[in-house]
Design a protein around this ligand. Structure first.
Ligand SMILES: Cc1cc2nc3c(=O)[nH]c(=O)nc-3n(C[C@H](O)[C@H](O)[C@H](O)COP(=O)(O)OP(=O)(O)OC[C@H]3O[C@@H](n4cnc5c(N)ncnc54)[C@H](O)[C@@H]3O)c2cc1C
Ligand SMILES: *[C@@H]1O[C@H](CO)[C@@H](O)[C@H](O)[C@H]1NC(C)=O
Ligand SMILES: *[C@@H]1O[C@H](CO)[C@@H](O)[C@H](O)[C@H]1NC(C)=O
Length: 464
């Protein structure tokens, strides 16, 4: 079906008020469309993938040059948002901590090497600091002494333009860092409201249930929410994050997969040591593990970016994976297998954590495409419907600018982005990541079953 873009003044409904939905709403609101956002939760939605204490903002993207470029475009927006927050007397949404990618052995892994190469070729070589010896890593980042001594002997740091001093980097921050993502969503939510975007939220009135069609069943005319109210629109954008795949037929193009996340609340003596640490990767393309400095509330997050877990709703007949979160399953923790993987990794990488209880854990959901590239395109079988999903676990960093790219796609403007994120077919279900950061060598386990049963609170306690 050929796509017809909206005309000026059109009413556009966006389903989902996460990173993709809000960013799109803001971009479209600048163009004077009549923009409405529906979300099944109040925003920030408690179990959205955008909701978290921090996310990594990195330009290091292996062979995925488009994502590297998009981060380079996002960075000035992050700085602008910090200024806006500062004027409102609020904390920054972007913290330039730098990012330290450590690798096992004496050679960087392929992902780190190709990232460095492409960052340099793109003119950002000044942000890179390579470490020539294991001792030099320890000297600059004593936090990682045990990791280095246990085999993580190579690393590079991505820092900011203009910062030449190592000390200044740690004190003043750098080009790469983490974003306090719930605050990010709140900031964007406010920007949208200031620009006249309308919001309908809540588990009945805000929850998408189905599309409304014109008689021929191919032309979308709006949505019906769970309270049975019909909302007409000229165009609908489906941006429901990991829930997207359960709302419409995508074949094998989208799948919700869960990733384990943990937090520690380290004891006082460790806080000093770790609060000025950079974001770090522990040979991420092999192990999947990466983490963050201790935040202002004393929490330290460590996450896994790997094959993940799937979950099937037994009430559905279509065998589609759906997110299972603490909104519906309050007592959920993380799968036992995931917990053991964290503990094994940390035993080498940060052995002090063996003595610490895990104080929070969660499964956070990606909307995965088989190739790790986003799916942002008109839905081919219906008129007036655009999909904005397939984040594949790496889109938070684009919150300030992805909406401008999505708005172009809504308006039918072609670009490298529209071509990369186009509706496409996959021969089989083999999964990969766009940048090689995810080691996907096995099939995802089913959450709640066998080794992937939820860990008990007792099991989350210190490994004695
Ligand atoms: C553990 C984890 C770590 C991550 N780390 C990083 C990182 O370090 N760096 C990075 O760049 N990215 C990271 N990401 C990815 C990033 O969080 C996502 O790419 C991004 O949040 C995707 O945004 P979204 O808007 O597509 O989805 P979401 O943020 O999940 O938003 C979807 C919204 O749709 C709503 N919704 C769902 N169903 C309905 C319905 N029926 N009706 C109405 N509304 C509905 C939800 O309530 C939600 O608000 C991570 C993700 C996870 C899970
Ligand atoms: C990927 O992970 C598996 C274990 O899950 C490991 O055996 C393998 O070595 C990893 N691949 C690479 C390239 O490190
Ligand atoms: C199936 O539906 C019932 C009733 O709504 C609900 O309690 C149950 O959790 C659902 N099952 C799954 C696997 O979500």
């Amino acid at each position: 079906m050929t796509y017809t873009p909206p005309t000026p003044g059109s009413k556009i409904i966006i389903v989902g008020g996460g990173a993709f939905g809000l960013s799109t709403a803001y971009a479209l609101s600048l163009k004077k469309y009549n923009v409405w956002v529906f979300d099944r939760n109040i925003i920030p939605s408690a179990d959205a993938s955008s909701t978290d204490i921090n996310k990594c903002v990195r330009m290091d993207y292996g062979e995925d040059l488009l994502s590297m470029q998009l981060t380079m475009e996002a960075l000035p927006h992050w700085h602008q948002w910090n200024k806006e927050r500062n004027e409102m007397g609020l904390s920054p949404v972007f913290h330039q901590t730098g990012s330290l990618l450590l690798c096992k052995g004496n050679k960087l892994s392929d992902y780190e090497r190709s990232s460095m190469k492409h960052v340099r070729e793109a003119g950002y070589g000044h942000t890179i600091q390579e470490f020539q010896t294991p001792e030099s890593i320890i000297k600059q980042f004593p936090q990682f002494k045990d990791a280095v001594n246990n085999g993580y002997r190579t690393a590079y740091l991505n820092t900011a333009a203009g910062l030449s001093s190592v000390v200044a980097i740690v004190v003043d921050g750098k080009e790469r860092g983490w974003c306090d993502s719930s605050e990010t969503i709140k900031h964007l939510y406010k920007k949208c409201m200031d620009h006249g975007v309308q919001f309908v939220t809540g588990s009945d009135r805000g929850a998408f249930e189905k599309f409304i069609f014109k008689n021929d069943q191919q032309e979308v005319q709006g949505i019906q929410t769970r309270d049975q109210i019909k909302h007409l629109a000229d165009h609908v954008i489906l941006a429901a994050g990991p829930w997207t795949a359960s709302l419409l037929d995508f074949g094998n193009r989208l799948q919700a997969t869960g990733q384990a996340v943990i937090q520690f609340t380290p004891p006082k003596e460790f806080v000093e040591k770790f609060k000025n640490a950079p974001v770090y990767g522990g040979d991420i393309s092999r192990t999947g593990f990466y983490g963050f400095p201790i935040n202002a509330e004393g929490k330290m997050k460590i996450a896994s970016h790997s094959v993940g877990y799937v979950y099937y709703d037994s009430n559905r007949s279509d065998h589609i994976c759906v997110p299972r979160t603490q909104v519906s399953h309050e007592k959920d923790t993380i799968p036992l297998k995931g917990l053991n993987n964290f503990r094994d990794f940390l035993n080498e990488f940060m052995p002090e954590t063996n003595d610490w209880d895990i104080t929070y854990s969660r499964v956070c959901w990606y909307s995965d495409t088989p190739d790790g590239k986003f799916l942002i395109a008109p839905y081919p079988n219906y008129k007036n419907l655009i999909i904005a999903s397939g984040d594949s676990g790496h889109a938070m960093k684009f919150t300030p600018n992805i909406g401008f790219k999505i708005a172009q796609i809504v308006e039918g403007v072609e670009s490298d982005y529209s071509r990369a994120w186009a509706w496409r077919d996959y021969k089989d279900d083999a999964m990969s990541s766009s940048d090689g950061t995810r080691n996907i060598t096995s099939k995802p386990l089913t959450l709640g079953v066998g080794e992937a049963r939820m860990a008990s609170l007792d099991e989350l306690k210190a490994r004695k």
